[in-house]
Ligand binder design. Structure first.
Ligand code: NAD
Length: 381
C-alpha cells in the first residue's frame, strides 16, 4: 500500500505558515520563481525586525468583524491606520486599536499616505465597483496592496490595477483567505500529486439568503450578484481541483428570481458549467436566495469533499480515505495577511496575485455572457 506523508498538526501548520514564515517565504519564493523586477521592498526593513503597518480601507462588516481582530493575531504586520469616510469612526478605531490619530485618512487624502512610513500596506475592503480606483490610489501612494474579492467589476479593470501596481513597484494580492486554509491546501496537494488521478467530475455551490437591500444588489458597486460575491469561491476551488488552469469554455443559466424587487439589477442565482482542459467538468451554483456550501471533486481513484466548504470557521471534509485530518479553524485572515507582509518585506511573490483575481474575473465574465446568450462561451486566452 502507498504510504501517505502525515499532514502537519495545527501547531506545526501555524508555525510553518505564520510564525516561521520568513524561512517558508524564502523557500516558497524559490518555488514560485523570483521576481525579475525590483519592488519597493527595497525600502522595507528585513523580515522580523518590525511588523509592517496595514491600513484598512473601508471599515464595514468584514474589516470590523474579521480583519481588525485578525490583525491582533498577526506576527509580521499590525493594524496601523484606516481610510474611512467617517472621521468619528476613525477616531474610535484609533482608540480601540491603539494607532495614532495621524494615521486616520479619508478617501480624499489617500495620496498623503505616501508620506507616512508607518503604513506599508493598504488593504482595500470597499465594494468591488470601487476597487479599481482604490487600488490605483494606493499604488500611487507607493504602498503594497491587498484588494478584497472580487478583484474588480471587469477584466479590463483588473488589467489597469495590475499595471498600476507594476508601475509603482508594489505588490498586489487578492484577499483569498482560503489559499491559506488547510482543507483547501489539501485539495491543492491532491490536484498536484494526482494521488487519486486527475479530478474530472467537480461540483460546488455557495449561497446564502439576502433579504436586505445593500450595495450587493447595486450593479455598479457589486459588478453582479452572488456569482461575484460568493460563487467566486466555487470557481476558485474548481480551478484548484483542475490544477490551476482556466476552463476552456463555460455554459450558464440564470435561475428564476423569487424576489425580483430586491434583485432588480443583479441575478438572484445562477448555475454554471466549466469545461476544463483534459476533460474535467465542474457543475456549480450560487444564490442569494438559498443557503448552501459544498464542494466535491472526483477522480477515478478517489474523491475529495468539503461541507461546509468556504466559511471563516467550521470548514470540514473527507476524502475516499476517510475524514480529513488537517488543522481546523485556523485564523485564515491572520495567515493571509502575515504571508503578504512577508511578501512585501522580502519581494517574494504572493501566492494570490492580481493575476489570479483577473483569471477568476475572466471566468465570471464568460459565465455572465453564457447566461445572457444561452450558449457555450469559450474563454479568451
Ligand atoms: P460593508 O458594506 O460591510 O462595508 C463596505 C465598506 O465600504 C463600508 O465601510 C462603507 O462605508 C465603505 N464604502 C466606501 N464607499 C462606499 C460606497 N460608495 N458605497 C458603499 N460602501 C462604501 O461590506 P463588506 O461585507 O465589508 O465587504 C467589503 C468588501 O470585502 C467586498 O469586496 C466584499 O466582497 C469583501 N468581503 C470579503 C470577504 C472574504 O471572506 N474575503 C468577506 C466579506 C466581504
Amino acid at each position: 500500500m502507498k504510504t501517505v506523508k502525515p499532514l502537519p498538526s495545527r501547531r506545526e501548520f501555524l508555525h510553518k505558515f505564520a510564525l516561521g514564515g520568513a524561512a517558508f517565504a524564502l523557500g516558497a519564493g524559490a518555488l514560485h520563481g523570483q521576481h525579475d523586477r525590483k519592488t519597493s521592498s527595497e525600502n522595507l526593513p528585513a523580515p522580523g525586525t518590525r511588523k509592517l503597518g496595514v491600513a484598512l480601507m473601508g471599515l464595514g462588516r468584514y474589516s470590523a468583524g474579521e480583519l481588525a481582530p485578525a490583525l491582533q493575531k498577526t506576527v509580521h504586520c499590525r493594524l496601523a491606520g484606516v481610510i474611512t469616510g467617517d472621521a468619528a469612526k476613525g477616531r474610535a478605531w484609533s482608540e480601540q486599536y491603539g494607532f495614532s490619530r495621524d494615521n486616520i485618512y479619508s478617501y480624499d487624502t489617500i495620496a498623503s499616505i505616501a508620506n507616512n512610513p508607518e503604513i506599508d500596506i493598504i488593504y482595500v475592503v470597499t465594494p468591488p465597483g470601487l476597487h479599481r480606483d482604490h487600488v490605483l490610489a494606493s499604488a500611487k501612494a507607493g504602498k503594497h496592496v491587498i484588494c478584497e474579492k472580487p478583484m474588480a467589476n471587469s477584466v479590463a479593470e483588473c488589467d489597469e490595477m495590475i499595471a498600476a501596481c507594476r508601475e509603482a513597484r508594489v505588490q498586489l494580492s487578492i484577499g483569498y483567505r482560503l489559499a491559506f486554509e488547510p482543507h483547501h491546501l489539501e485539495l491543492d496537494r491532491l490536484a498536484r500529486t494526482r494521488e487519486f488521478g486527475p479530478f474530472t467530475r467537480i461540483t460546488g455551490s455557495y449561497g446564502f439568503r439576502q433579504t436586505r437591500r445593500s450595495w450587493r444588489m447595486n450593479k455598479k458597486l457589486a459588478g453582479g450578484g452572488p456569482l461575484m460575491d460568493v460563487g467566486i469561491y466555487v470557481l476558485q476551488a474548481a480551478v484548484r481541483a483542475a490544477g490551476g488552469v482556466s476552463p476552456l469554455a463555460v455554459h450558464a443559466q440564470e435561475l428564476p428570481k423569487t424576489n425580483p424587487d430586491l434583485f432588480n439589477e443583479v441575478e438572484e442565482g445562477i448555475r454554471f458549467r466549466l469545461e476544463f482542459p483534459e476533460g474535467a467538468v465542474c457543475e456549480g451554483a450560487t444564490s442569494y436566495g438559498e443557503r448552501m456550501s459544498g464542494f466535491r471533486a472526483e477522480a477515478d481513484g478517489g474523491w475529495f469533499e468539503l461541507q461546509p466548504a468556504y466559511s471563516y470557521r467550521g470548514i470540514d471534509g473527507s476524502t475516499s480515505r476517510g475524514p480529513l485530518d488537517v488543522p481546523k479553524n485556523v485564523p485564515q485572515q491572520a495567515l493571509q495577511m502575515d504571508d503578504f507582509a512577508l511578501c512585501a518585506a522580502t519581494g517574494r511573490p504572493t501566492r494570490v496575485p492580481g493575476e489570479m483575481g483577473r483569471q477568476h474575473l475572466a471566468i465570471i465574465e464568460a459565465i455572465y455572457e453564457a447566461a445572457r446568450t444561452g450558449g457555450r462561451v469559450e474563454l479568451r486566452a
